[in-house]
Design a binder for this molecule. Structure first.
Ligand code: PMP
Length: 295
């Protein structure tokens, strides 16, 4: 699904076939989760293939590497140029791009100078599908920001996401919704969360969540369209009295939520602010309305 024998990836300065990408079984990322990554999308726009907010994604990769003491030798601009080349080599137009910075052989709990940079790309439809989601309020909480850098995309953080999604699916739901360490609504396992109440949008403030690039785009679109959006801490009880809700993320894009636990949102998705933003988001990414490329 992600690759075949012809797939080319970028690895440490070269474009190689997947089978020519050796990974040591002693690599620190695999043992202790110390590695950082990104999730980016490229779209086939009328102006050609465009990576949406490449700069922001590669800035976040740099931030993630920095806080984890990983020396990332490529600049944001280089990484963007490499990604365009990679898409071209694989003849990909609408694609998901996965940069992964992983470490070399090191079984101690200190960083290492052996830093590997891989970038992969593949065609990936909507990560959470197209239908409205049924969420489960997770029994897991997002990691405490005092235990890690929550705004960094660190490989090891995703065990929390896997636990939450697995629990939700085991209980017959599509996906999970997690609280932060104080019990306020935080985000999904791989997407940020917005609710709508009385014509206004509400989302968690930065601090205990991943600073989603799609979340930022939603804030921008919402502002342009004149919607009131509040970034504040809110409880699960507020979700259970909301009119509508949606998730947003690079992989998920903007996707409506039907229910959380037994609570079904009363507003029809088509009548919600989320639906308006979803349409605008689609246009923005697919028609290259947003320009922030170096090339
Ligand atoms: N929260 C988490 C935990 C995520 O993994 C993601 C996906 N990167 C998001 C939110 C959404 O972030 P973005 O819009 O930057 O993809």
């Amino acid at each position: 699904m992600y690759y075949n024998e012809n797939t080319t990836i970028f690895l440490n300065g070269q474009f190689v076939k997947v089978k020519d990408a050796p990974v040591s079984i002693y690599n620190q990322t695999m043992h202790y989760g110390n590695g950082v990554f990104e999730g980016i999308r490229a779209y086939d726009t009328p102006d050609g293939v465009r990576i949406f907010k490449a700069k922001e994604h590669y800035e976040r990769l740099h931030y993630s590497a920095k806080v984890m003491h990983i020396n990332l030798k490529y600049t944001e601009k280089e990484l963007e140029q490499i990604t365009y080349k990679l898409l071209e080599l694989n003849d990909l137009k609408d694609a998901y791009v996965r940069p992964l910075v992983y470490l070399g052989e090191n079984m101690s709990l200190t960083p290492t100078d052996e830093v590997h940079v891989a970038i992969m790309a593949w065609e990936w439809g909507k990560y959470l599908g197209d239908s409205l989601l049924r969420l489960m309020l997770s029994s897991f909480q997002r990691p405490n920001p005092k235990s890690c850098f929550v705004e960094a995309k660190v490989v090891g953080h995703y065990t929390n996401s896997i636990l939450a999604t697995t629990e939700a699916k085991a209980n017959g739901y599509d996906e999970a919704l997690l609280t932060d360490m104080n019990g306020y609504i935080a985000e999904g396992p791989g997407a940020n969360f917005f609710l709508e109440k009385n014509g206004k949008l509400v989302t968690a403030p930065l601090g205990n969540i991943l600073a989603g690039i799609t979340r930022q785009t939603v804030l921008e679109i919402g502002k342009e369209l004149g919607y009131e959006i509040e970034e504040k801490f809110f409880t699960p009880e507020e979700v259970f009295t909301a009119d509508s809700a949606f998730f947003c993320g690079t992989a998920a894009e903007v996707i409506g939520i039907q229910s959380v636990n037994d609570y079904k949102f009363p507003l029809d998705w088509e009548d919600s602010i989320g639906s308006v933003i979803q349409k605008k988001y689609k246009r923005r990414v697919a028609h290259n309305e947003y320009q922030n490329v170096y090339l």
